[in-house]
Write a protein of this length. Structure first.
Length: 66
């Protein structure tokens, strides 16, 4: 879980860095594939977090049955 949170944070930092570099080089409006990659990473990390929580909840409910 904590690794997913770190990946989400890193994705936001990377997106901010790419956006800053785009603005600083005066190439506004020409975002490349590099801007979409951190967004995909954030999306997949969010999905991983949701399903990890769901699995953890299932395991805890099975522990109560023992």
């Amino acid at each position: 879980m904590s690794l997913s949170y770190v990946a989400i944070l890193a994705g936001f930092v990377l997106m901010g860095t790419v956006a800053y570099l785009q603005v600083s080089t005066d190439s506004i409006g020409t975002y490349s594939v590099g801007m979409a990659m951190p967004l995909a990473g954030i999306l997949f990390s969010l999905l991983a977090t949701v399903f990890i929580k769901k699995d953890d909840k299932l395991v805890r409910s099975m522990d109560r049955l023992r």
